[in-house]
Write a protein that binds this ligand. Sequence first.
Ligand SMILES: [Zn+2]
Length: 111
Amino acid sequence: MSKTINCFVCDGKGKDYLISDLDPVEGYKMATKQVCLFCEGKGYFYTIDWQYEVSRWFYDIKRDKLKKEKEKAEEKRKKKREAEQMALRKLTLEEITLLGLEKKYKEMKDA
Ligand SMILES: [Zn+2]
């Protein structure tokens, strides 16, 4: 009998979220579980199986890509926040009130 190894993606359950459903901010909040694409619902691989090797490789690439996207999104948020703060510092309190930016101003002062 062949030795098997638990699917590392769905943890042997045969069902998992699609990586494409993963939102960098919300996570899997709105996603539903699907038949695991990597083990095709079996929940395991044969250790000698090419399917395991390909899945492992594919999964690592997807995970790295997702990580990069997350970092990019975070960087963008940071830059936007900095630009907002720089703009706010140039305004007078009267102008801030007039433009309805009190909440943003308060967030900046609290940070
Ligand atoms: Zn699986």
